[in-house]
Design a protein around this ligand. Structure first.
Ligand code: NAD
Length: 489
């Protein structure tokens, strides 16, 4: 097992601004914990408004500088491909760092996060030379015109990311911004900044010009808030909770910066009477409990047709109790700890509410061990729509299961949420599958599967789950401005 000291290649307490490691204006530091035992493994700089100003100035200078603005699109694409390869070369190291930082099993990071990070750079690299406008036949006042559109980078992007998939979330935002020709100030979560710092260091080793990507580490209410309100930032790309998203959208109004928001969720799974239960039971279990439920699109409300309810609930309990739980560096671990003491307390608070509001506790419902922030995968049965655990995003390993009798009624209940990020349905009936997909209020619907997220598929939420779609062709359009040009001939 590699020691954390061998994994941290970035200078303690420093940030990366203008291609150089710099001290923050303040000497305050933020301790980083290993969530499997609570040990302090690093100290981060706590950026102030002054540090954000420095990072924005560096990003602006790079945006206007020749090294970036005149780089040939095909060369920018090659740079993104080189970054993808660099990530692949360092995948094992980055996966271990992610595990120390966030608690997730390193094997899971190798299987999901690392490919997701490398592939988004590779995919977006292809767009650099293909972001063309259109020629448009305008009618105008009867004269002849030559009219066309240009797609230009939006400018300096402020990217703010959460702690649950640090590397993948940073990579998504960076790859889209760079492919569009933008420059970036990136603030990772203060809980998990280590892998992001290392990623951006590796990007420089791959040839990224100075100042194109700047990383400030620090608290959201200070550094993040300063970015959201900053007049020198043209767009904020945010992933995190809906509560923070609202603060960011409000702060961004000052200079009417562009805002894209990937926010919370409370996604439904639906298991129909005709579903293949051998697939649906483990599928619905992983849809909720993967990464210990700390996934924005975790399907934490499960609706099961009454005719198969007992079989599904019994099967689910068996599956989740077989998931090996432990330190994320052990090869066999499937469920790691939650990210922090605060998150463990929050999740246990919801477990107590579930019990108090009368849901049946099927399994779990308790913490594990004396050290680290482990919570047993928890299933509540016979839940109803007014229970807190059914309405609110828990962001932990807690599943509510509700029986249903009628397809129309279950779709209505699935849609009865302020969120609309994702949904899945398990059925062998094609008509049920596709009519339900059309009716579900969700940015992603998975049929007989869950969590298939691909660089070429738009990703984002309906309702309070966000604004805009990330990745794919739609995602990159959030990082460009369209200019209409009309020339009288
Ligand atoms: P969070 O909102 O607490 O923090 C996210 C980021 O915002 C962090 O970097 C934080 O420092 C920063 N921040 C906090 N307050 C801020 C402020 N006032 N101004 C600017 N920035 C501020 O979220 P979290 O706890 O890190 O992550 C969990 C949440 O993220 C969950 O709600 C989850 O659903 C959501 N999430 C959504 C997606 C998605 O793609 N839709 C993906 C992952 C996580």
């Amino acid at each position: 097992m590699t020691d954390i000291k061998d994994l941290i290649h970035t200078p303690t307490g420093q940030m990366l601004i203008g291609g150089k490691w710099v001290n923050a204006a303040s000497e305050e530091s933020i301790p980083v914990e290993d969530p499997s035992n609570g040990a302090t493994i690093a100290q981060l700089a706590a950026a102030t408004e002054e540090d954000v100003d420095r990072a924005v100035a560096a990003a602006r200078a790079a945006f206007e500088g020749a090294a970036w603005s005149r780089m040939r699109p095909i060369d920018r694409g090659k740079l993104l491909e080189d970054i993808a390869r660099k990530i692949e070369e360092h995948a094992q190291e980055l996966a271990l760092l992610e595990s120390y930082d966030n608690g997730m099993p390193a094997s899971m990071a190798m299987m999901v996060n690392l490919p997701a990070s490398a592939e988004i750079f590779r995919y977006m690299g292809g767009w650099c030379s293909k972001l063309g406008g259109k020629t448009i036949p305008v009618s105008g006042d009867g004269r002849a015109f030559h009219a066309y559109t240009l797609r230009q980078p939006v400018g300096v992007v402020g990217a703010i990311t959460p702690w649950n998939y640090p590397l993948a979330m940073a990579s998504w935002k960076l790859a889209m911004a760079l492919a569009a020709g933008c420059t970036v100030v990136l603030k990772p979560s203060e809980v998990t900044s280590l892998s992001t710092l290392r990623l951006v260091q590796l990007m420089h080793e791959a040839g990224l010009p100075e100042g194109v990507v700047n990383v400030v580490t620090g608290f959201g209410h200070i550094a993040g808030q300063a970015m959201a309100a900053h007049e020198g930032i043209d767009k904020i790309a945010f992933t995190g909770s809906t509560a923070t998203g609202k603060k960011i959208a409000t702060a961004a109004l000052g200079n009417m910066k562009r805002v894209s928001l990937e926010l919370g969720g409370k996604s439904p799974s639906i298991i129909c009477a005709d579903a293949d239960l051998a697939q649906a039971i483990p599928g619905a279990a992983l849809a909720c409990f993967f990464n210990s439920g700390q996934i924005c699109f975790a399907a934490t409300r499960l609706y099961v047709h009454r005719s198969v309810y007992d079989a599904v609930v019994g099967g689910l309990a068996q599956v989740v109790e077989s998931f090996p739980m432990g330190n994320g560096r052990e090869a066999t671990t499937m469920l790691g700890p939650l990210v922090s003491q605060a998150q463990q307390d929050r999740v246990m608070g919801y477990v107590e509410k579930g019990k108090a509001e009368g849901a049946d506790l099927i399994c779990g419902g308790e913490t594990v061990g004396d050290e680290g922030y482990f919570v047993k995968p928890t299933i509540f049965g016979n839940t109803t729509k007014d229970m807190t655990i059914v309405k609110e995003e828990i962001f932990g390993p807690v599943l509510s299961v509700t029986p249903f009798d009628d397809m129309d009624a279950v779709i209505k209940e699935a849609n009865d949420s302020v969120y609309g990020l994702a949904a899945n349905i398990w059925t062998n009936d094609l008509r049920t599958a596709h009519t339900s997909a059309a009716k579900l209020d969700a940015g992603s619907v998975w049929i007989n599967c869950h969590g298939i997220v691909d660089p070429s598929m738009p990703f984002g939420g309906f309702k309070s789950s966000g604004w805009g779609r990330e990745v794919s062709e739609e995602g990159i359009s959030l990082y460009t401005e369209t200019k209409s040009v009309v020339a009288a001939l």
